[in-house]
Design a protein around this ligand. Structure first.
Ligand SMILES: Nc1ncnc2c1ncn2[C@@H]1O[C@H](COP(=O)(O)OP(=O)(O)OP(=O)(O)O)[C@@H](O)[C@H]1O
Length: 253
């Protein structure tokens, strides 16, 4: 079963305004927009955490609120922007709650990208912000790992790159590409425009609770769209396979 979203004129009071989107399965979609644009709200509405006050979200033609929670939880995972406090358990114990494998706690593909094995004996509450974020990304993916292996997962990640050092940012983005190649659908919010330009397949630009532009990176990653979204001057240059994004200055007045 491949996951497809149809978002039909979805509003959430004072937070989202008449959002229309069709999101096919197997894509790696980055949501970009300034603070307060509605990125987290959109992710939470797609994930059935925040209900729409008008319009409808369909997941595989079925209203999102009509999915039984245990079924939804078997293939849809959410990484929240701020992780909840956890009891003082070791990282190994924490992750083992979400493990589907008796041989090793963390799947090899995740360990290669996130390198959490070195923290197994440490208490989760004593990790640095970035270390904790890697553990939380790992947890969110392990939660639906059988669906990921089948290429049927929907991964909704709110600012997953937050706090990651450069090595783990690139490791994680390469992992995202691999997960989408398997057929999984990945939707994440991000504040690093250059990384999104080069690692996202599709971009959703948001501002003031509305989607201002949505499409393949090559079509929508234009200086005009960036300026409209962020109120800054931009230069976009294509170099070989690489899109170079320069922020020149905020638009004044
Ligand atoms: N629980 C809530 N109840 C009411 N309004 C909220 C709630 N959470 C967020 N908002 C408001 O909704 C708007 C969109 O917030 P949202 O968190 O979706 O933005 P965002 O694009 O994810 O921002 P950021 O980049 O700062 O994380 C903001 O104006 C915010 O103040």
């Amino acid at each position: 079963m491949k996951a497809t979203f149809e978002v039909d004129k979805v509003s959430v009071s004072h937070r989202l305004k008449e959002v229309d989107l069709t999101i096919p399965s197997g894509r790696c979609i980055h949501i970009l927009g300034p603070n307060g644009a509605g990125k987290s709200t959109l992710l939470n509405t797609l994930g059935a955490i925040v209900p729409a006050t008008a319009g409808q979200v369909l997941l595989n033609q079925r209203p999102i609120e009509a999915w039984p929670l245990p079924v939804l939880a078997s293939f849809r995972s959410i990484l929240a922007q701020h992780s909840e406090a956890v009891f003082s358990v070791s990282v190994a114990d924490y992750l083992s709650f979400f493990s589907h494998d008796e041989q090793s706690i963390v799947p090899t593909m995740l360990e290669k990208a996130l390198e959490v094995g070195g923290y197994f004996s440490q208490s989760i509450n004593r990790l640095s912000g970035g270390e904790r974020q890697r553990v939380e990304i790992c947890r969110s993916l392990m939660q639906v790992w059988p669906a990921i292996e089948q290429g049927e997962a929907v991964l909704l990640l709110d600012e997953p790159l937050q706090g990651l050092d450069i090595r783990h940012q690139y490791g994680f983005l390469a992992l995202c590409t691999r997960l989408c190649e398997l057929g999984n659908t990945l939707i994440l919010s991000c504040h690093d425009i250059s990384l999104s330009a080069n690692y996202g397949q599709d971009i959703i630009f948001m501002k003031h609770g509305q989607v201002t532009s949505y499409g393949a990176v090559g079509e929508v990653m234009t200086a005009q769209n960036l300026e409209n979204t962020f109120d800054c001057h931009f230069a976009v240059k294509e170099r070989d396979d690489f899109l170079e994004i320069q922020v020149c200055a905020p638009i004044v007045g």
